[in-house]
Design a protein around this ligand. Sequence first.
Ligand SMILES: C[S@@+](CC[C@H](N)C(=O)[O-])C[C@H]1O[C@@H](n2cnc3c(N)ncnc32)[C@H](O)[C@@H]1O
Length: 224
Amino acid sequence: MNIKGIIKRITNRVMGDFLLRQMEKKSSLNLYGIEVEVKPDVFNPRFFTSSKLLIEQVERLSNVKGKSSLELGCGAGVATILAAKKGMQAYASDINPEAVSGLLENATKNGVEVCVYVSDLFNDIPEQSFDYLLINPPFYPKNPIEVKDNRWFCGADFEYFKSLFPALESYTNAESIVWMTLSDDCELQVIQDIAKSTGWEFHLSETRKQIMEANYLFQLKRIN
Ligand SMILES: C[S@@+](CC[C@H](N)C(=O)[O-])C[C@H]1O[C@@H](n2cnc3c(N)ncnc32)[C@H](O)[C@@H]1O
């Protein structure tokens, strides 16, 4: 490993411990004009560029009144509340019931209605085509033990992605737009290969570089 790799590993460990401690606490934040309370052990978008890339993508949308969006794995759900504020039919889901109840409370505080499911991927989401899908996935290859571990871990053999990509077909149509954030800290090639084997490819929309990490926003498109 080169010196940059060693520094990155140490920084990630120190930052990781700090972020885990922060996320054990309840926290209030205002992001892009949306006030939310984030429950303990729910993914906190304050600390992550990946969340901000998705939220900013929703912020940029215009003329979307009546369109539908689904934030799959919503965490605090700021992107979902923003979508609802823009007049969209805003749906969200999470495997963590605390994230779902937190989003329902935050939506009420922000004066919008959202429809939220507790669901492992699409398992408990009624089948329908969404106009927009927003996904900031867990991507570290390790098996989650507790429900909060799903913030980071996608299964030791990338089970999250192996289930996700084939299921997209039933929740999109030819005009749907699917956004996914990832980073240079994940096994990008492995994830893209899983997508490809199920008929989806990644198109880079945006890159945001920090000192230690680059975050990417991809649009997923069907392979013709
Ligand atoms: C990286 S966080 C992103 C949260 C939020 N979308 C954001 O951008 O701030 C990943 C979220 O996906 C949820 N998640 C992980 N695996 C899931 C699964 N199999 N089904 C549904 N949600 C899942 C986690 O609980 C977590 O809230």
